[in-house]
Design a protein around this ligand. Structure first.
Ligand code: ATP
Ligand code: MG
Length: 357
């Protein structure tokens, strides 16, 4: 994958507004850059035992974070799809990722706000949008495994079923960097495939498992395993093959899809191409006169024709809601010889001084 050649944004050019939230590895704020609304994801400074006291190890840790950041940003920058949160640029001091701003926040919170109506058409549209973004990632060569697909990493662009895009996948390709910088290194087991829990090898099918949990959440509008207090207990259940019960009214084909996606055996889980097609078929069954069906059906037939080996760069969209990337400015290639430690020394220098003194 080529190195990142997108815009390098000087931090002074970013207007930071309110804090939107905090994840394990970053603070996310709303902001503005070149007159556009953006989200600014400021990575936390690593603070592990090895960074305290030993300068060589400290340098190595920082250097690893930077390398990981560099590698993963290059993954992100090569990908554009209407159902992926678009990377706008990076800021190196402090280390930030600047992406498009998603006005309706994350899917996790959106689903839990039961004061909003959520009809079947919108539920299916959200599910189709996520499947479409994931199909694109898995069709890349080599395939990109998200590794941290979960409802907090699905962001909402719109909440009307008539909008061309309602949901986008975020933080793809970032999980490694996030883990490196994360002080909370324990992954959330709610969305974690059992094969990862047991420390075995995993493939794209691990994302399909996570997607199955999201399908369940879209249906139930609550957190799976919400009555279980201990993370460890959830892990034990999932490893044994237990899953949250599928309750309430739902199209049988949808319930079947949830079960298939979170099958214990990863090789029995459907690929995203099949998931996409199954969802489009459910939508057609319930909303046969929907104008959007025609487009999706054609896309589905087209995908079938292209088969699994479609080129990742060939997806196109006429979605006018999607902003194009800003005109390249202050381009930087990560191929430049830069000392990771030099950058990171400046980043959070107070913190660093405290540690090195
Ligand atoms: N592009 C964006 N537009 C709008 N809100 C965003 C954007 N990116 C993130 N957020 C919000 O910022 C919050 C923190 O995001 P972040 O990705 O740091 O944490 P997380 O996804 O909850 O956990 P993790 O650290 O595992 O990624 C989330 O609650 C999300 O709603
Ligand atoms: Mg996230």
């Amino acid at each position: 994958m080529k190195d990142f050649v997108g815009p390098k944004i000087p931090f002074e050019e970013l207007k930071e507004e309110e804090l939107l939230g905090e994840g394990g590895a970053a603070f996310v704020s709303k902001g503005e850059w070149e007159g556009k609304q953006v989200a600014i994801k400021k990575l936390k400074v690593p603070e592990t035992a090895s960074t305290l006291g030993f300068e060589d190890e400290e340098e190595e840790t920082f250097s690893n974070v930077f390398k990981e950041f560099r590698r993963e940003i290059s993954v992100m920058s090569g990908l554009e799809h209407p159902n992926l949160v678009n990377l706008i640029g990076v800021c190196l001091d402090p280390l930030c990722i600047v992406t498009e701003f998603m006005a309706y926040g994350d899917l996790y919170n959106f689903l839990q706000d039961t004061s909003r109506d959520l009809d079947l058409a919108l539920r299916l549209k959200i599910a189709i949008d996520i499947a479409s973004g994931m199909l694109f990632l898995h069709s890349a060569k080599p395939p990109i495994i998200h590794r941290d697909l979960k409802s907090p990493n699905v962001l909402m662009a719109a909440i009307s079923v008539n909008a061309p895009v309602v949901a986008k996948v975020a933080d793809f390709g970032l999980s490694g960097a996030m883990q490196t910088v994360s002080i909370k290194s324990v992954a959330n087991p709610i969305w974690l495939a059992p094969e990862i829990m047991i420390g075995g090898e995993f493939t794209e099918a691990a994302d399909v498992y996570s997607y199955g949990v999201i399908l369940w959440e879209i249906l139930h509008r609550k957190q799976p395993w919400e009555d279980i207090r201990f993370i460890n207990e959830i892990e034990q259940k999932v490893k044994k093959g237990e899953r949250p019960p599928i309750l309430g009214e739902c199209p049988p084909a949808y319930a079947e899809l949830v079960s298939l996606c979170w099958t214990q055996d990863p090789t029995k889980r459907p690929p995203f191409k099949e998931i996409f097609e199954r969802l489009v078929a459910i939508k057609q069954e319930f909303f046969p006169t929907d104008e959007n069906n025609k487009e999706e059906k054609e896309e589905s037939i087209e995908k079938k024709k292209r088969g699994n080996d479609e080129d990742s760069g060939s997806d196109e969209s006429d979605d006018s809601e999607i902003d194009d990337s800003p005109a390249p400015k202050n381009r930087i290639s990560f191929g430049e010889e830069v000392s990771a430690f030099d950058f990171l020394k400046k980043f959070g220098s107070d913190e660093l001084q405290r540690k090195t003194n």
